[in-house]
Write a protein that binds this ligand. Structure first.
Ligand code: GCW
Length: 717
């Protein structure tokens, strides 16, 4: 949807890495702070042993891992350990110290006198072992990326004060694919970006601070990210040519920066490129010249970037071209590109955000929430094995509260991942504090009800097709992609506390069993150091989502937001527009009936979930207006009416923001001054925003119903 004026202009703080003051470094370093922590007493961290000829034997990522270990120890303990290169044979003849390697390096070796048999406790892909007897340390990656992740995990433990004594850790990521999507444009703007201009582009060109991109790659690798798309899925005129020689050299340079951090590039391409770039008369996916064009072009792309992870395409969506134009299916479109990618091992990431964005508000027969399932479910099994569908977590569009898309659990024969949004498009533009792991945790715990063990978190990463067809296992979610919240601002994310959302994304998709609270604790301590300030910040994070939800559109009704901009309230802003986003409030009732009697959306869920959502007495209350059209006098669980609950949540939401602001003020003097004042400025703006939401929403319903707040709180006429 179109963008509006940017309320951020006054808030952006661009920076060049080399010119940062020491103070600003606290904002810049995020969860990788330079802060001396207590050294685990007996741990021999001064000598590090790595395999000689590491690049040749294990690759550039393993070498980077050793360098990150050294730099991390310097950051946290203030000294640089000596790094010794040893041959594989030397491992048996060990000296005390730290051993970094891959499982293969350690095979059949006894380290400091103990048999170390990694084969027996082999962690899966990207996994690692960390072992310590309190004196020595072994970090063994399943492969070189696993080693890098193991190093970062150890440094995290050190930062958290949990790295002493015996350590026996075996970890592997739940999600094989851990993807970041940028919506950056070559002119330097960032689609739905709230942290300054693009990290990669400016002046219609690739233009970036290389040191900063290295730091970015480090931040991302430290939370396990392994794929990145750096440009927008709305592919602009120049960006369409990224698949040509004009830009491939530049892209290859960016790929080279990310490579040693185990991060591979994904390229956003336009489905119409054969026509718009290749000057063919058509982009019809079944046309032989089109097929050939994609093959030739893709071969060229892989000459420049041999390890490109694949393409991402937004097709037939919000004006982006796609196969529908040629009366072909989404599968025809995706398979076309997948076949060009196949010889190179590339993946076609195909987005499922396909819906009619030219709806007539008068027409009540269409329901946008149905669109993804209606378009893609009938095609299950029709996609090639290197197509991965990228499905937004909810049926709408990253609203503050939506049900989980019914495609999850349902798709059995098509590879797929879930798309989240870290950038706060509908969740406060990184002006408002809104801690997103809170909602991601609910998504992870949502039970798709396709048999036992079918919560989203149970479905993640299972080998595709590993259980009998129809069982939950065959509905595996291979990972996650998320639109990121970073830009050129000093602190990367505009709001310093929004760094927790990036951190939390990496953590929860690595381990969906982590709670939002655990993640907030880790992040707060790593960012602010242990102590009362970190505790306060953790509390604020955890309070922020419920507060935001309360002052936003009520009970899952969605889209009462300023059109285009998506910050601040506009109760009927999307009511008579073309986007399929209606709440149809009148003097008696509000919401869309999505049950069998209405649009039938609930029937896209398996029986037990369909029944739960379809019954207003069983439907989770924070989604009740997503699924139902209810009279204002509908009795909610607290025995008060729906209307009274709308009033109360909006009063409470505002009050909670005020309490958060006061809590923040209590930190003055005990945390970094720049962080304190920039966050304070944002809290003040958040309070003004919450006030606007409270009063516009409450006044709207008061005017519609003429029913006052039972507790006599002020509602404006
Ligand atoms: O929510 C909408 C955004 C668009 C975005 C689109 C999408 C990239 O408003 O800016 O376009 O989602 O996900 O494709």
């Amino acid at each position: 949807m179109g963008t509006g004026a940017n309320p951020h202009a006054a808030l952006t703080m661009p920076c060049v890495r080399s010119t940062l003051s020491i103070m600003s470094m606290n904002q810049y370093n995020c969860w990788l702070q330079e802060r001396i922590v207590q050294k685990p007493a007996d741990l021999a961290l001064d000598s590090v042993y790595v395999l000689k000829d590491g690049v040749k034997k294990n690759g550039p990522v393993a070498c980077r891992a050793a360098e990150e270990f050294r730099a991390g120890i310097k950051r946290l303990l203030g000294f640089s350990p000596a790094v010794y290169e040893i041959t594989a044979a030397d491992y048996s003849d060990s000296k005390y110290g730290v051993y970094l390697g891959t499982l293969a390096d350690f095979k059949n070796k006894s380290i400091y006198g103990k048999q170390f048999n990694p084969a027996a406790d082999d962690p899966g892909e990207d996994g690692f072992l960390i072992k310590s007897d309190g004196k020595n340390l072994i970090i063994a990656g399943a492969g070189e990326t696993g080693l890098l992740y193991g190093v970062f995990r150890f440094l995290m433990l050190l930062g958290l004060g949990r790295a002493s004594g015996q350590i026996e850790i075996k970890e592997e990521p739940a999600s094989p694919l851990r993807i970041i999507n940028h919506w950056d444009n070559i002119d330097g703007t960032v689609g739905r970006g709230y942290a300054g201009r693009s990290l990669f582009f400016e002046n219609n060109n690739f233009e970036y601070d290389k040191d900063r991109i290295i730091d970015y790659a480090r931040l991302l690798a430290s939370i396990g990210i392994n794929r990145i798309a750096i440009s927008n899925v709305n592919v602009g005129k120049l960006e369409k040519c990224f698949i040509t020689e004009q830009y491939l050299g530049e892209l290859a340079k960016v790929a080279a920066i990310f490579r040693p951090f185990g991060i591979k590039l994904i390229l956003s391409v336009s489905f119409a490129a054969p026509w718009s770039v290749g000057k063919l008369p058509t982009a019809d996916p079944l046309d032989p010249d089109v097929i050939k064009w994609w093959k030739v072009q893709t071969d060229l792309v892989y000459k420049f970037i041999p390890d490109l992870a694949g393409y991402i395409v937004k097709a037939d969506s919000e004006g982006e071209p796609g196969p529908f134009q040629y009366h072909r299916t989404q599968a025809d479109g995706a398979n076309l590109l997948a076949r060009a990618l196949k010889p190179h091992g590339g993946i076609m990431f195909w987005r499922c955000f396909v819906y009619n964005c030219q709806q007539d508000w008068r027409d009540q027969s269409q329901d946008r929430a149905r669109a993804a399932y209606d378009h893609f479910m009938p095609l299950d099994g029709k996609f090639d094995d290197n197509v991965i569908l990228q499905i937004k977590f909810g049926p709408y569009d990253f609203q503050v509260r939506e049900p989980v898309s019914p495609l999850f659990g349902a798709l059995k024969k098509t590879r797929h991942i879930m798309e989240l949004q870290i950038t706060q498009e509908y969740t406060g533009h990184q002006i408002d504090l809104c801690y997103l792991p809170w909602i991601w945790q609910d998504i992870m715990n949502f039970d798709t009800a396709y048999g036992p063990d079918s919560r989203i978190r149970d479905l993640i990463g299972k080998k595709f097709g590993s259980t009998a067809a129809g069982g939950a296992g065959s509905a595996s979610i291979e990972g996650f992609a998320s639109i990121v919240n970073t830009g050129r601002d000093i602190n990367w994310t505009g709001h310093t506390l929004a760094q927790a959302n990036l951190y939390g994304y990496g953590r929860i998709i690595w381990n969906p069993g982590l709670s939002a609270g655990e993640i907030a604790r880790e992040w707060s301590v790593l960012t602010f150091g242990p102590g009362p300030a970190a505790q306060t910040v953790e509390e604020l994070q955890l309070k922020s989502y419920p507060a935001y939800q309360k002052y936003n559109a009520p009970f899952g009704v969605c889209f009462m937001v300023t059109p285009g901009l998506h910050y601040g309230p506009n109760v009927e802003g999307y009511e008579f527009d073309r986007w399929g986003t209606y709440h149809r409030a009148d003097t008696q009732a509000i919401g869309i009936d999505r049950t069998q009697a209405g649009t039938g959306f609930t029937n896209q869920y398996p029986q037990s979930n369909a029944a739960m959502f379809a019954d207003p007495l069983k439907c989770p209350e924070d989604l009740i207006l997503f699924f139902h059209r209810l009279r204002y006098d509908f009795k909610m669980k607290n025995s008060e009416t729906l209307l009274q609950n709308i009033y109360s949540t909006h009063f409470e939401g505002y009050d909670e923001v005020q309490a958060m602001l006061e809590k923040w003020i209590s930190l003055e003097g005990s945390i970094d001054e720049e962080i304190y004042s920039s966050v304070l400025a944002r809290f003040k703006r958040q309070l003004a925003n919450a006030r606007e939401w409270r009063d516009q929403v409450n006044t709207y319903f008061w005017r519609r119903t003429g029913i006052p707040d039972k507790y006599g709180r002020k509602i404006y006429d």
